[in-house]
Design a protein around this ligand. Structure first.
Ligand SMILES: Cc1cc2nc3c(=O)[nH]c(=O)nc-3n(C[C@H](O)[C@H](O)[C@H](O)COP(=O)(O)O)c2cc1C
Length: 135
């Protein structure tokens, strides 16, 4: 049977604010292409110096992506905060939210960064709300 996992990780950016935009554009462009190929959907955001990414896909596809992510020097201290089997995907594509003046830091995310919940649900709800994608 084909199973699906949802994984949330947080990591600390190593990017200087001045190089952010170009590097983030690069991440978005590469990810859009590679995630579509790998059947991965998700949301990425950058808040208070932390990347927060939700990923959905086949467990093996997520494992492979996490391996790539560990070698990526644009972030460090990768910490998988939650990983669960899910019945279906909640997110249809792949997107990055902000950072932009139009996307203010989300107070819920701030609170969760201080005390990271170990289940997928609160992260998913906050990120979906930020992204404005219907669950
Ligand atoms: C915060 C962050 C999130 C990323 N998210 C993804 C992603 O969702 N999918 C992806 O293919 N690459 C993502 N990347 C880029 C990968 O780390 C890696 O550069 C890319 O998969 C290309 O791998 P390669 O350079 O080994 O060929 C992300 C990088 C960073 C720093």
């Amino acid at each position: 049977m084909n199973t699906l996992d949802c994984l949330i990780y947080i990591s600390r950016t190593t990017l200087a604010p001045v190089e952010n935009r170009r590097q983030l554009d690069d991440i978005v462009e590469v990810s859009a292409y590679r995630n579509a190929e790998a059947g991965i959907t998700g949301i990425l955001t950058l808040q208070n110096g932390y990347f927060i990414q939700l990923l959905e896909g086949a467990p093996s596809a997520l494992d492979l992506l996490m391996l790539h992510l560990h070698f990526d020097k644009r972030h460090k201290d990768i910490h998988i905060v939650a990983r669960e089997t899910i019945a279906r995907k909640d997110i249809t594509g792949w997107s990055m939210i902000g950072p932009a003046p139009s996307v203010p830091p989300h107070p819920l995310i701030d609170a969760m960064l201080a005390r990271p919940p170990s289940s997928v649900r609160p992260w998913r709800e906050a990120l979906i709300e930020m992204a404005g994608v219907p669950a």
